[in-house]
Design a protein around this ligand. Sequence first.
Ligand code: SF4
Length: 373
Amino acid sequence: MPEEFTVTPWEVKGDIDYDLLMKKFGTTPVDDALLERLAGYGELHPMLKRGIFYSHRDLVWLLNEYDKGNKFTIYTGRGPSGNTHLGHMMPWIFNKWVQDTFKVDMIFQMTNDEKFLFKDMDLDDTTNMAYQNALDFIALGFDTKRTKIILNTKNIDKLYPIALSVAKKVTFSTAKAVFGFDNSTNIGSIFFSAMQSAPAFIPSVDAGRQVPVLIPCGIDQDPHFRVCRDVAPGLGFPKPSSVYCKMMPGLSGGDKMSSSDENATIYTTDTPKQVKKKVGRAFTGGCVSVEEQREKGGNPEVCSVFKYNYYMFEHSDDELNELARKCRNGEILCGECKMCLTQKINVFLEDHQEKREKAKDVIADMAYDGFEW
Ligand code: SF4
């Protein structure tokens, strides 16, 4: 089968076939039975209903444990290589829903070491960026008592012994096969996956018993957690469960919002004017002329403006269906549609930017083991 896309923890390109990716990675679809079960814990998040969080590993097992009273810890994170954009926020918003619904603890790992190793950035830059990214994460309203932020270079005392035990179980041959490393890869990068596995075992180490862990994140991160799951039983830890999302699309029509395309990427610190400009230039499914669009209608399936509503900015299914209907019938034109989305994004960002400022007051309290930023 020809593959015209690439998805690894460090590179996403091409038109992603998410079903094929699921098969390739060997993950399980979030099916109707699982959705029905999840709805029993609280109102389903739109990202579940709409198939954005669409695939998982051992989520049923995790829920069985939860029902028996064995609560899980959420683990997710961020590689701090640049300012936070909406594509980063999307899975964090879902993580917040998981925490609110299940009332569970959470670990958020900032991999400043990873970005130092893989990018042309120095460690001060990735560490400063971790602080900026953490403000965005906190601003989403995670429970400050239940949530701890790990910064790899600051929490190395805790991470290193666990990462070492992981590293001892992973051969170079496995690392090459899973991550595509070769002889030119620096040796820090080869070790790094062990650092990303470590937080999945911290809850068990800290509690002195087997604590289930749920990792909600982009499916591009699955290779790390495949390795992590493979070594877990041999180290006496439960295999972490995961639930994976599709990537937030870019405004230029690409499959993933990316900082390399700044004009098609909305950052959390963007001004209303910048948002208006970026959305104004967005790729749509509209026609070349107003007349043609009134007559033939647009195509919401390929439209990035519609996708933004679908992924993040329109929670009502009725409103979303109505937008699709009006688009197809030529009852709404792209200019109006872009203005509506601009307004929604700006309302969201105005509120977020206020909360982001307030996050500075609590960021120290959320540092794992009380490290100093
Ligand atoms: Fe996209 Fe809206 Fe234009 Fe339809 S009318 S193609 S949804 S921007």
